[in-house]
Design a binder for this molecule. Structure first.
Ligand SMILES: N[C@@H](CCC(=O)N[C@@H](CS)C(=O)NCC(=O)O)C(=O)O
Length: 199
């Protein structure tokens, strides 16, 4: 019997959540180990070259980078989430990459300390959300009836742990993107820091 997969996590990390969603959709049992990123344990620093969550521990091997973890799960676990068609799969992978850029925008909004910088970053995030909306032509998921891996990564934008929203719901909620999405997220501790800038 192979050892249970271990996912080294942080409670609020959206990159972790992608992996959690993929594992859950696939029905793969795993052990989640949450760590404190402000006080990284030595054992974690030994297995995580960038000191970031998530890390998937498979036997003696530690896999880092969430997109790589998703691909590994796709290659080794049942219930495929990527489309069968190679071109569609490539397109979904490209949007997964795009979603990481959007997460970077959101992180920028969370951490910027001056209002002018915040506004500039919000503008960039809005432009990216507009691009996403252009692509979201199907319902309820990214490409219609079937949930795919790309939905796992976009689902995290409005999730606080297990609260799922489809990209279409996301697009409906953001209604001229970034500012609205962030207002919606005021319940998530992670966004507390930017509240003073929100009207
Ligand atoms: N590109 C990485 C990003 C992961 C990431 O940024 N994780 C954050 C938490 S959400 C982290 O561990 N930050 C701690 C640090 O940078 O020291 C991935 O996709 O896995």
């Amino acid at each position: 019997m192979t050892a249970k997969l271990k996912l080294i996590s942080h409670a609020l990390c959206p990159y972790v959540q992608r992996a959690v969603i993929a594992l859950t959709e696939k029905g793969v049992p795993f052990e989640r180990i949450d760590i404190d990123l402000n006080n990284k344990p030595d054992w974690f620093l030994k297995i995580s070259p960038l000191g970031k969550t998530p890390v998937l521990v498979v036997g003696d091997t530690a896999i880092f980078e969430s997109a790589v973890i998703l691909e590994y799960l796709e290659e080794t676990q049942p219930n495929p989430l990527h489309p069968k068609d190679a071109l569609k799969r490539a397109e979904h992978r490209a949007w997964i990459e795009f979603s990481s850029a959007v997460l970077g925008d959101i992180w920028g909004l969370e951490t910027i300390s001056d209002e002018a910088g915040f506004k500039a970053k919000a503008k960039q995030a809005e432009a990216r959300f507009a691009k996403l909306e252009e692509r979201l032509v199907a319902s309820p998921w990214f490409d219609g009836a079937e949930f795919s891996l790309v939905d796992a990564v976009f689902r995290v934008f409005l999730t606080n742990n297990n609260y799922p929203l489809t990209p279409i719901e996301l697009a409906a909620r953001i209604n001229r993107p970034a500012m609205t999405i962030l207002r919606t997220l005021t319940g998530a501790q992670v966004y507390k820091g930017i509240r003073p800038y929100l009207g």
